[in-house]
Design a protein around this ligand. Structure first.
Ligand code: GLY
Length: 394
């Protein structure tokens, strides 16, 4: 076994902006994860019940990487072997994803960056590295030359015309988070296909999902055969024309990370425009509503996961702009974290199994006001970024 591939978290760190309050929240998050170990066993949280206990994934699921991702972060922070053992013991579930044709979808990056890649970076384990590379190879296989995008949900045959119309030829905002796996695979192997697919998908995202005013579509539909661009639509947002808050968050974090790994100023500009729009659309609210285009009258569910992803993204952005601009993004990141700590923090709530309340999983399908494992993962990432940590698994 080689030594850790991660540089010391502290060697490379800028001055923390959060101080004692964020450190205390991070410490409570780690305590909560430790409490969860014997309860969860090898299971990965899927969504919270109303009593703040978890329901768990039943087989392959796009959210299955967020528990190991938190365990690897906790291991980096504490060196507690219990976190390493719990993360590594999940490996067969991830092997099973690679071996299951139907499970190998556009979310392989979410799933494998936070499990196999995290394990490789943390321990130098070659089996983990090879699993990450295999996932990256499957992911580039979903690239559609016509249209230049990674196909989102799995395409289906003509026998189910409604589902075929929904899935075939569609890209989604969320997929930008999966490009980190491809950039990592390029760095590991030097194989240019990985980076090319990531850059082409990112360029198509910018062209079709980002509107001129800095808001974003959730999905974009192409003619599956010709690749002709057709129209923006939503799936999890309020309306086709609306700006779904978590989609905007995925794109802020995703463009910022693309810039971090490639240095491309176009990615940085996109991340900054989208972050500025989110900041404007949040107004005075503490936590974003689940869709920024909802009518102003009436009360709407908030989405703590959108807040956590946006916070992690803008805190990352702050490291890539001159100091006079960095302050704005650190302040926005801290404002989001403060909003979460004021209104959604479960880390001090006895009996709760997760970290954040009030996540909006899929409001049009009736899933809101719940703990979400991705909200929890990005909450930890954002707290760590606010405390000056810079090395993650993306
Ligand atoms: N990737 C699905 C979501 O953000 O809910």
């Amino acid at each position: 076994m080689q030594t850790s591939q991660l540089t010391s978290y502290f060697a490379n760190s800028p001055k923390p902006v959060g101080g004692a309050v964020y450190q205390a929240a991070l410490d409570r998050s780690i305590d909560r994860l430790r409490e969860l170990l014997p309860i969860a066993g090898l299971r990965n949280p899927k969504i919270g019940h109303p009593d703040n206990r978890w329901s768990f994934c039943d087989g392959p699921d796009w959210v299955m990487g967020f528990m190991p991702g938190q365990l690897w972060l906790a291991h980096q922070l504490t060196s507690d072997p219990a976190f390493l053992a719990a993360a590594r013991a999940r490996r067969p579930q991830f092997r099973a994803v690679l071996d299951d044709r139907k499970a190998r979808d556009h979310d392989l990056g979410f799933i494998f960056s936070l499990s196999s890649v995290a394990e490789w970076l943390s321990t130098g384990d070659d089996v983990a590295r090879n699993m990450g590379l295999e996932a990256a190879r499957w992911l580039i296989g979903r690239f559609r030359e016509e249209g230049q995008y990674i196909q989102a949900w799995s395409p289906v045959g003509p026998q189910d015309r409604q589902q075929a119309r929904f899935a075939n030829g569609r890209m989604i905002a969320d997929t930008i988070q999966n490009l980190a796996l491809l950039h990592w695979a390029h760095r590991e192997t030097g194989i240019t296909d990985f980076r090319e697919v990531a850059e082409l998908h990112e360029a198509t995202t910018l062209r079709h999902l980002v509107r001129p005013d800095g808001t974003t579509f959730h999905t974009f539909l192409f003619d599956p055969a010709s690749g002709e661009p057709l129209r923006g639509e939503t799936h999890q947002g309020f309306a086709d024309h609306s700006c779904w808050a978590r989609g905007q968050a995925w794109l802020i974090h995703g463009f910022a990370n693309c810039h971090r790994v490639t240095g491309n100023p176009v990615s940085l500009d996109a991340a900054l425009r989208l972050a500025a729009k989110a900041e404007e659309l949040m107004g005075n609210s503490k936590v974003p509503v689940w869709d920024y285009s909802l009518p102003a009258d009436g009360s709407h569910p908030v989405d703590s996961s959108a807040a956590a992803v946006t916070a992690a993204g803008v805190l990352m952005l702050a490291d890539h702009v001159p100091e006079f601009e960095a302050r704005r993004w650190r302040d926005f990141g801290c404002r989001l974290l403060d909003g979460l700590l004021d209104t959604c923090d479960l880390t001090g709530t006895p009996g709760a199994q997760g970290l954040l309340a009030h996540g909006a999983g899929h409001v049009p399908a009736g899933r809101c006001d719940a703990m979400l494992p991705y909200g929890d993962y990005y909450f930890m990432e954002a707290l760590m970024r606010a405390q000056g940590h810079r090395d993650f698994f993306w």
